[in-house]
Ligand binder design. Structure first.
Ligand code: GDP
Ligand code: MG
Length: 333
């Protein structure tokens, strides 16, 4: 079997597990694995230090995976049903936790929307010398829409800040922190209350400056424990009444993953497979979006032809001619 076909089959079985339905012989080869440890995503702009942070945590409290070992994990040969290569396990304060460090921006987006992992929360990594960047906002925006409710922030690379920065090192870091709090609030997170820990993942990994390195990793893990792992279960705000219209974030499979060969435009008819049933309906693109290509993750409104009982953050599969072409998460009504 070709590599592409294997990957496609793995994706299809992932999709089936996602909504708890069988999509036929091709799609029901495996059931979703039971995850014994809570998963925490590491998100943030490229190069802000996600993998370095994962390696620092692993070296102190996990299996001591090196930066290259973590970094080489790639979704290219690791289907969405099998996160083991992205998982960096660690133990802290009696808890065993899996960190999920994804190789790139697209993998983070795909995993948030499409993955059958339901993260307990996320660590947002921000390089202090850059401050929030476009992908920082994008991850927060999608995280909020797909139900990642508990976040802590690691403000990284503080070893690079000195008094030549505008406002001096303290003033500069405070201004970046303010900016992050505003961004969190803009995307629906409690920006004023969110824990932000400033330090250096690289100092921790390389055993330098323990006050700015290892001590900050410890503070971060304490915050993850309290604010993510021990956070009360979220109220998803669904009253269970049948709905016909909802907003959703989608991930469309690429052609290689078995998705469509062509784009679609402003309105598109498809079948939406939920655990509670399958209904035909119409995808309408949001203002400013004219085209959806395979591999895109558009923000859309879906109108079903018949009402169905669905809840916020529920997942579904988009089916065309009997085959899944994408998946989505209900963001709101
Ligand atoms: N000076 C400094 N460099 C860092 C720190 N953390 C990460 N880096 C460097 O930033 C670059 C990108 O880090 P990486 O972890 O690969 O970022 P990712 O793309 O978010 O996973 C690498 O060259 C790291 O060595 C830090 O705390 N201080
Ligand atoms: Mg990385």
């Amino acid at each position: 079997m070709s590599f592409t076909m294997k990957r496609r089959d793995a994706l299809l079985s992932g999709v089936a597990a996602l909504v708890g339905v069988s999509l036929g012989a091709r799609g029901s080869a495996q059931s979703s694995a039971v995850m014994p440890e809570p998963d925490v995503f590491i998100i943030g702009h490229v190069d802000h230090g996600k993998t370095t942070l994962a390696a620092a945590i692993s070296s102190a409290y996990g299996a001591d995976l090196s930066y290259p070992e973590i970094n080489e994990a790639s979704l290219a040969d690791s289907p969405l049903t099998e996160y083991s290569r992205q998982k960096v396990g660690y133990s802290w304060d009696g808890a065993s936790v899996s960190l999920l460090d994804f190789p790139g921006h697209a993998d983070i987006i795909k995993s948030m929307i499409f993955g059958n992992v339901r993260p307990k929360g996320a660590i947002l990594v921000v390089n202090v010398t850059d401050g929030p960047m476009p992908q920082t906002g994008h991850h927060l925006e999608i995280g909020n829409r797909v139900g990642i409710q508990n976040l802590v922030v690691f403000l990284n690379k503080t070893d690079m800040v000195n008094d030549d920065y505008p406002g001096g090192s303290v003033g500069f870091m405070e201004s970046v922190e303010r900016h992050i709090r505003e961004l969190l609030s803009a995307y629906g997170y409690p920006g004023e209350e969110t824990t932000i820990i400033a330090g250096s993942a690289l100092d921790a990994l390389e055993g330098r400056d323990p006050e700015n390195g290892q001590a900050k990793i410890n503070e971060l893990l304490t915050a993850v424990q309290k604010e993510i792992l021990q956070a009360p279960a979220a109220d998803t705000g669904s009253d269970g009444t049948p709905k016909t219209t909802f907003d959703s974030e989608l991930y469309m499979l690429t052609t290689g993953e078995g998705g469509r060969r062509r784009p679609f435009f402003r309105e598109h008819r498809a079948t939406f497979q939920f655990s509670s049933g399958a209904v035909v309906g119409t995808i309408r693109l949001s203002e400013g979006t004219e085209i959806v290509n395979p591999g895109d993750n558009p923000w859309v409104t879906i109108t079903l032809d018949a009402p169905l009982s669905i809840g916020q953050f529920q997942r579904f599969v988009i089916v065309e001619e009997g085959m899944p072409i994408g998946a989505g998460v209900v963001s709101g009504f």
